[in-house]
Design a protein around this ligand. Structure first.
Ligand code: PEP
Ligand code: MG
Length: 571
């Protein structure tokens, strides 16, 4: 038995077999020269690999029968694998060269993908990723290379990894993961947020865990204390099973709060909204008694669709189309049955990279968190923002929609975005498409620049939502994802609290709605401080709503005020 200490990133206890994720490997294409007599053998290998992958796709096509979207993707793959012109080009180029078949196939695939990307046709540009993906599989078969696939994680496992790419995190919603034990990541990192959304116990900042823990060994993740126990003895397992049982009993009791309004002991009412990243989570939000959606992080929707690690269904970039966005937003609005739904425009870039031919990404930036992310990325790709606005406005007739712009730092950015929204409204009108003209458009206050000029933003915004995760990160200058500096990440830093206070005051003066959707809105200690400062709208992981209702039900407004005043004067 060995105990490792990290930081608690998501509460709860999980026991399971370790699924150790290796550091990522890359396909290596041989660049050596070959003799003409080697040609027939190499060609034979190529045909064999082509046949193997074709058979795999045929089997996958069979397995997804009935699922229109997935079938279409596999059918496209099938057609690409049998494209006579492309294959002829590969074979002739190979025969006329002195390079390996892998080298030629890789080169031809990239050339073909580049042509598609620069075709100026949206549909063809999206197919570039497909062609890379499908012939990448042929290359892997030729090279006998078996890239690690997170899809293989079994239900009930504990994922042990250096970190999880945002695109890999989709697995957290698809499998019953018992726990997460990571080397990297801060409490407000996106993987942390998702772990809490799905109720997965998580411990981060566990140095060397991937080398210390054997694959398949039994481990306990104690997300309450920030400990991971490797190879626990029977007595310890029993002790933790009891803790799991007690937590289960408590969560049964919390169900009582689902249909109750959120209010303090002395009757002050609050609205508790849900933060979601997938369409599916809207259903969870309803089950947990959310008053609406306070933050729909649409980038997760995009990322899951463009993830090349988890199979072909996600490589098409299909989610970027207006139609698939419209369907996602419509479903969320309908699921929420008229309750307010705040949908945030794409907050990609930074640590949330999107693999799309349509979006100029920030992947090669030296300092991505300071770079082309969120509203900056959207304004640099106005077509993407326009498509998103179109999908949002079209969906607006299905519920109570609000649109939110992330990471604004200048009034000019908001004006530009509003102009695009206006253009979209005019376009829809001329096309005779029904939409709600009065959809409120608000901004996230998550930088010191925005908080300090909140009075100016209030003049052109319908509402504010404070993103305390980024506000803390940018105010203190501490990377929220970096476990090496996680001790400096302090939401109670006086500078952060004063910026929140300033934002609340300006929203009150301008009489616009204000909510908090960062992680501070759901943690026991911080939610009390925010409530004491006057915040009445809180948005959080759906699974935490009943817990926060319970916390608020045991306290009065004067007590809340005393708590926040102590924090604000705690020099
Ligand atoms: C925040 O920054 O607090 C926030 C809610 O946005 P995100 O966590 O998605 O950056
Ligand atoms: Mg943010």
């Amino acid at each position: 038995m060995n105990v490792l200490f990290g930081i608690s990133a998501s509460n709860g206890i999980g026991i399971g077999k370790a699924f150790v994720v290796p550091e990522s490997e890359k396909r290596v294409i041989p660049s050596n020269f070959i003799k003409p007599e080697e040609h027939p053998k190499q060609l034979e290998r190529f045909e064999k690999s082509l046949a193997t992958v074709t058979a795999q796709i045929a089997a996958q096509l069979d397995a997804v029968k009935g699922d229109k979207v997935q079938s279409e993707i596999f059918e496209t793959y099938f057609l690409m694998l049998n494209d006579p012109e492309f294959l002829k080009d590969v074979r002739t180029s190979f025969e006329n060269s002195n390079r390996t078949i892998e080298y030629i196939l890789n080169q031809k695939t990239e050339d073909y993908a580049d042509k598609l990307r620069s075709s100026g046709n949206e549909y063809l540009a999206e197919r570039a990723q497909d062609i890379c993906d499908i012939f990448g599989r042929v290359l892997d078969d030729l090279l006998d290379f078996h890239p690690f696939n997170i899809e293989n994680v079994p239900d009930g496992a504990v994922i042990v990894a250096k970190t999880m790419n945002p695109s890999d995190t989709i697995i957290l919603s698809k499998r019953q993961i018992a726990g997460l034990a990571l080397i990297e990541g801060g409490v407000s990192s996106h993987v942390g947020i998702l772990a809490r959304n799905y109720g997965i116990p998580a411990v981060f900042a566990l140095e060397n865990i991937t080398s210390e823990i054997q694959n398949e060994s039994t481990i306990i993740v104690d997300g309450d204390s920030g400990e991971v126990i490797d190879n626990p003895d029977e007595l310890t397992i029993d002790e933790y099973r009891k803790k799991i049982e007690t937590a289960r009993e408590h969560s049964e009791k919390l169900k009582f709060f689902r249909d109750q309004p959120a209010k303090t002991e002395d009757g002050e009412l609050f609205k508790l909204y849900a933060n979601i990243g997938t369409v599916e989570e809207a259903r969870i939000a309803m089950e947990e008694g959310a008053d609406g959606i306070g933050l729909f992080r649409t980038e997760f929707l995009f990322m899951s669709e463009t993830n090349s690690n988890i199979g072909p269904a996600h490589a098409s970039g299909a989610a970027f189309s207006e139609e698939s966005q419209f369907n996602a937003y419509k479903t969320v609005l309908q699921t929420m049955q008229g309750k307010p739904v705040t949908i945030r425009t794409l907050d990609a870039g930074g640590d949330k990279l999107i693999n799309s031919s349509e979006i100029r990404n920030a992947s090669d930036e030296k300092n991505p968190l300071m770079g082309l992310r969120a509203i900056r990325l959207s304004l640099a790709n106005p077509q993407q923002l326009k498509t998103q606005f179109r999908a949002l406005y079209r969906a607006s007739v299905y519920g109570n929609l609000k649109i939110m712009l992330p990471l604004v730092t200048s009034i000019e950015q908001v004006k530009q975005a509003l102009k695009i929204a206006e253009k979209v409204r005019e376009e829809l009108k001329s096309e005779g498409i029904e939409f709600n003209e009065k959809v409120p458009i608000g901004v996230m206050i998550e930088t010191a620049a925005a908080a300090m000029t909140a009075d100016c933003f209030a003049k052109i915004s319908d509402f504010f939502s404070i993103g305390t995760n980024d506000l803390t990160q940018y105010t203190i200058g501490v990377d929220r994802e970096n476990s090496a500096v996680s001790e400096l990440y302090n939401e109670f830093h006086l500078a952060v609290l004063r910026l929140i206070q300033k934002t609340i005051t300006e929203a009150e003066k301008a009489k616009i709605d204000l909510s908090v959707c960062g992680e501070m809105a759901s943690r026991r200690d911080s939610v009390l401080v925010l409530a004491g400062m006057g915040v009445r709208n809180l948005s959080m992981s759906p699974k935490l709503i009943t817990q926060v209702k319970e916390i608020l039900s045991k306290i009065s407004v004067p007590e809340l005020k005393a708590i926040s005043s102590k924090k604000l004067n705690d020099l």
